[in-house]
Design a protein around this ligand. Structure first.
Ligand SMILES: *Cc1c(COP(=O)(O)O)cnc(C)c1O
Length: 374
C-alpha cells in the first residue's frame, strides 16, 4: 500500500527545517502516528500549572516508545545501503534494542544485539524477562558483554568488532548507534515537533510553554529542542537525564545538531536537569512508589528507567522551583518503555497490595456463565 504502514517513502522536511543538511532522502513508516495528546491530572502540581502528556508510549506495540521515530529514518538508510542485517548496542533491558529487533524483522533484516550486563551474569542465559522475551521471540542474535568490558572497549568498537566478524561471514551489516542517537536519528523528533504543531493547529488549543522529556542517549532531546526552536512552537525543552551528567548531554547534543549544520548552541535550546538518582536503570523505592502512585491516580504507567525518573524529577523541580513552573502549560512526552517495568517486579512487590481470595458461600448454586471451560 503506497504510503501505508511499513512502506518506504521519499522524505520532505518541514519548511522550517529545510535549511538543515544533510536531509534524509527516505523514511519508513513504522510508528502508529500521530500519538495522542491529552491532559494529565498529576497530583501536587504548583498553582496554575497544567501538564499535558504526549503518548509516544502508544507509538506501536512491540515497537512502542520513542525509538520507533528514529528507526523510521535509520532503517530507511539501512535498507538503502543494501544491508542484510543490523547491529546495535544497549543495556540488558534496552527498549531501543527491542524496537530495532522488531523493526528489522518487519523489514526482513536480521538483528544482532550487543547487550551490557553485570559481570556475574555475562556467562549465563539472559532469560526472558521484559524486552528480552520480545527480542528472542523475533529471533534477534544476542551477544552479552560485561559493564567492565563495555566501559573499557566502548560501544563503537564493540559494534565494529561484530561488523568485521559478520562481514567475514559474507553478511552486510548496518550499525545503528546506542539509542539510535546520531544526526540521522535526530530527524525522528524533528518530525515529532511537526506532528505536535499540527495537533495544536487542528485542535485549536493553546500552545505549550514547556516540553519535558527523559534523556538517555540524547537523540530525542536533540530533535525536540532543535525542532521546537526552529518551528512555531518555541517551547522550552527540559531534559531529565537518567544516566550521564548535564555537561555530557550539552556536548553530545551539540555534536548531533552540528551534524545537521544547525548553527545553534545546545545550551541555548535545551535545559538539562540531572535525574539519574542511584544510576542508570537503578531505582530508589521512592521512585518506584511514585510510578505506582501515578498509575493509581491517572492510569498512566510510566517506565522505571526513563519517563518514571523524568516525571519524578519534574515534580521535584516544580516543588523546589515553583516560580519556574507557575502558570505554565507543560507537555510531558511519555517515551514508552513499559517492558522494562517487568525487570522491577521484585522491587515493586512490597509496594503493591490489593488482592484477596473471593468469598464464596458453599450454598451458591452453579448457574449460567460457566461456559465450556470445565
Ligand atoms: C531510549 C529511551 C529514552 C531516552 O531517549 P534518548 O533519545 O536515548 O535520549 C527515553 N525513554 C525510553 C522509554 C527509552 O527507551
Amino acid at each position: 500500500m503506497e504510503g501505508g504502514f511499513l512502506s518506504k517513502k521519499p522524505y520532505e522536511p518541514p519548511s522550517w527545517a529545510s535549511h538543515l543538511t544533510p536531509i534524509p532522502p527516505h523514511t519508513f513508516s513504522l510508528g502508529h502516528l500521530p500519538t495522542p495528546i491529552h491532559k494529565w491530572n498529576l497530583p501536587n502540581l504548583p498553582d496554575g500549572t497544567e501538564v499535558w502528556i504526549k503518548r509516544d508510549d502508544l507509538s506501536g506495540m512491540q515497537l512502542s516508545g520513542n525509538k520507533v521515530r528514529k528507526l523510521e529514518f535509520l532503517m530507511a538508510d539501512a535498507v538503502s545501503s543494501g544491508a542484510d542485517c543490523v547491529i546495535t548496542v544497549g543495556g540488558i533491558q534496552s527498549n531501543h534494542c527491542r524496537a530495532t529487533a522488531v523493526a528489522a524483522r518487519y523489514l526482513n533484516l536480521d538483528s544482532y544485539l550487543i547487550l551490557r550486563t553485570s559481570k556475574v551474569l555475562v556467562e549465563k542465559d539472559p532469560g526472558l524477562v521484559g524486552n528480552l522475551l520480545v527480542e528472542r521471540l523475533v529471533g534477534a542474535h544476542i551477544d552479552l558483554v560485561s559493564k567492565e568490558e563495555y566501559a573499557k572497549i566502548g560501544s563503537v568498537t564493540l559494534a565494529e568488532i561484530l561488523k568485521n566478524k559478520l562481514e567475514k561471514e559474507g553478511r552486510k551489516p548496518y550499525i545503528i548507534p546506542v539509542g539510535g542517537s546520531n544526526s540521522l536519528g535526530t530527524w525522528g523528533y524533528i518530525e515529532a515537533i511537526r506532528e505536535i504543531e499540527q495537533q495544536i493547529e487542528n485542535s485549536g488549543m493553546a500552545k505549550f510553554d514547556d516540553i519535558v522529556v527523559a534523556c538517555g542517549s540524547g537523540g530525542t532531546i536533540a530533535g525536540l529542542s532543535l525542532g521546537s526552536r526552529l518551528s512555531s512552537l518555541k517551547a522550552t525543552v527540559h531534559a531529565f537525564s537518567v544516566c550521564d551528567d548535564p555537561e555530557y548531554f550539552y556536548n553530545y547534543t551539540q555534536g548531533l545538531i552540528d551534524g545537521l549544520h544547525s548553527g545553534l548552541d545546545s545550551r541555548d535550546i535545551v535545559d538539562v536537569i540531572n535525574a539519574k538518582g542511584l544510576g542508570y536503570a537503578m531505582n530508589t523505592s521512592e521512585e518506584l512508589e511514585f510510578v505506582k502512585d501515578v498509575a493509581k491516580a491517572t492510569g498512566i504507567v510510566l517506565d522505571p528507567v526513563y519517563s518514571g525518573k523524568a516525571a519524578y524529577g519534574m515534580l521535584k523541580d516544580m516543588a523546589s522551583n515553583p516560580a519556574k513552573w507557575q502558570g505554565r502549560k507543560v507537555l510531558f512526552i511519555h517515551t514508552g518503555g513499559l517492558l522494562g517495568l517487568y525487570d522491577k517486579t521484585e522491587q515493586m512487590a512490597s509496594l503493591i497490595g490489593n488482592w484477596r481470595r473471593m468469598e464464596l458461600d458453599e450454598s451458591i448454586p452453579r448457574k449460567d456463565g460457566t461456559g465450556k471451560m470445565f
